[in-house]
Ligand binder design. Structure first.
Ligand SMILES: *[C@@H]1O[C@H](CO)[C@@H](O)[C@H](O)[C@H]1NC(C)=O
Ligand SMILES: *[C@@H]1O[C@H](CO)[C@@H](O)[C@H](O)[C@H]1NC(C)=O
Ligand SMILES: *[C@@H]1O[C@H](CO)[C@@H](O)[C@H](O)[C@H]1NC(C)=O
Ligand SMILES: *[C@@H]1O[C@H](CO)[C@@H](O)[C@H](O)[C@H]1NC(C)=O
Ligand SMILES: *[C@@H]1O[C@H](CO)[C@@H](O)[C@H](O)[C@H]1NC(C)=O
Length: 385
């Protein structure tokens, strides 16, 4: 075969082969010299923060002098106070630095490198984000058991990658039966029906590449107070003593007012006859018990304890009986009816006595008359004889 090949080759053919070999070697050398590789080292996509500088890292590996051009959304950039990079280099870094980012700097950045032989490029998307600012409507909120409730939260800044609510540092799951929130710049938290267990510190947080911001609300859920008078139902006290009517109230910290009534009449704190803790407007632990000093029979009646908070009011009552002193004051204790009866009885007795005396007098008078008649008749008979 080699003999056939050699035999077929003339002098012209031999020079063509030599030329091809020469060309191959020459081209190989050129491509080796102008070998270019451009790599954007920044993460893709890359993120920046409004108002801050940003550098997009671009690595060039080349062996001859290379010209670097940067493009933004297809438009060629020029070096200025805003943009800077090394325009001519033999391999190395052609990083683009943007001095102060604006929201409008978001877009496609293209690092293009060229030498005498080739042009290569690579691009990345830059997203410029604002620092988020989370605010809540109010730092403390109160809710009532069984009612709906909204905790208001507002997020300023764009874009918002995620929003999250948590209670006492435990993250909540959105769109549960119990509560849900809008995934927007107003991620208000909605409760379908509050329970006492919902009391806690709620934190609204929003995140993007610029960071996370949050704000908290302390929610307290209040139920109608439970009022219970602890004394035995038939409370009886001796006149002159002191009485303690013990009134127990659940969750005293939520109570706005506590009021005592006697036979449905408002009792006044200023009345020194009574004493109970005055807590109007003051959310402090207190004792709801009523003390009555030096009781008299006039204190007999119904006592009612009423506690109020934002959820409502509840009350309990008790009947108090004062046992009068048995001695000196007995007369006071006799009723008008009894006095009437005594007077009537006395009058009756006097009448009877008078009647008896009269009857006696009458009888004696009759007897004397009889004796006189007898004497007269005997005298007459004596005269006759
Ligand atoms: C280009 O450069 C990068 C970074 O140095 C390297 O990982 C990659 O392998 C190079 N590619 C080629 C084709 O040389
Ligand atoms: C650049 O392109 C992006 C889309 O890739 C676009 O959202 C943005 O508005 C463009 N910016 C300018 C200044 O043209
Ligand atoms: C970079 O820009 C140049 C010039 O507009 C274009 O030819 C090239 O395709 C772009 N490269 C990339 C990766 O977008
Ligand atoms: C909410 O409660 C926490 C812990 O009890 C407390 O540190 C924080 O100051 C409270 N915040 C407000 C706004 O009252
Ligand atoms: C909640 O977490 C933050 C940060 O992790 C911590 O500083 C704070 O003390 C925690 N609060 C509670 C109530 O656990």
């Amino acid at each position: 075969m080699s003999m056939i090949f050699r035999g077929a080759m003339g002098p012209a053919s031999q020079s063509l082969v030599l030329f091809i070999v020469f060309c191959f070697i020459t081209t190989g050398t050129v491509s080796q010299n102008s070998h270019l590789n451009v790599t954007i080292l920044s993460s893709k996509p890359t993120f920046g923060i409004v108002g801050q500088p940003k550098t997009i890292l671009c690595q060039v590996s080349g062996t001859v002098l290379t010209t670097v051009t940067w493009y933004f959304n297809g438009t060629r950039l020029s070096i200025s106070s805003k943009y800077s990079w090394t325009q001519r280099l033999v391999g190395g870094r052609a990083d683009l630095t943007i001095s102060v980012l604006l929201k409008s700097d978001s877009g496609l950045y293209n690092c293009s490198v060229r030498n005498d032989a080739v042009t290569v490029s690579e691009s990345t998307i830059l997203s410029v984000e604002e620092i988020l600012h989370v605010t809540v409507h109010s730092g403390t909120e109160t809710g009532i058991v069984g009612q709906v409730k909204t905790l208001r939260c507002n997020v300023a800044g764009m874009p918002i990658t995620s929003v999250q609510w948590s209670v006492n540092n435990n993250t909540l799951v959105n769109n549960e039966m119990k509560y849900y929130w809008d995934t927007s710049s107003t991620p208000n938290l909605y409760f379908e029906s509050l329970t006492i267990a919902d009391t806690g510190m709620y934190t609204c947080s929003a995140t993007n590449h610029a960071g996370t911001d949050f704000a908290s609300i302390n929610l307290s859920v209040v139920a109608t107070p439970m009022v219970t008078i602890k004394n035995s139902r038939d409370l009886s006290v001796n006149e002159g003593g002191n009485v303690l009517i013990s009134c127990a109230i659940t969750d005293t910290t939520t109570i706005d007012s506590l009021q005592w009534y006697f036979n449905n009449k408002f009792l006044y704190h200023s009345d020194p006859h009574y004493f109970w803790s005055c807590i109007n407007g003051m959310k402090v632990p207190f004792d709801g018990s009523l003390r009555i000093y030096n009781v008299t029979p006039q204190d007999t009646g119904t006592y009612r304890c009423q506690a109020t908070n934002i959820a409502g009011a509840s009350e309990d009552s008790i009947h108090l009986k004062i046992v009068p002193k048995a001695n000196g004051n007995a007369v006071e204790l006799i009723s008008v009816k009894e006095i009437g009866l005594i007077v009537l009885g006395s009058l009756l007795a006097i009448c009877i006595i008078v009647i008896i005396i009269l009857a006696c007098c009458l009888r004696r008078k009759k007897e004397r008359k009889k004796t006189t008649t007898r004497m007269e008749s005997s005298m007459i008979s004596h005269d006759q004889s």
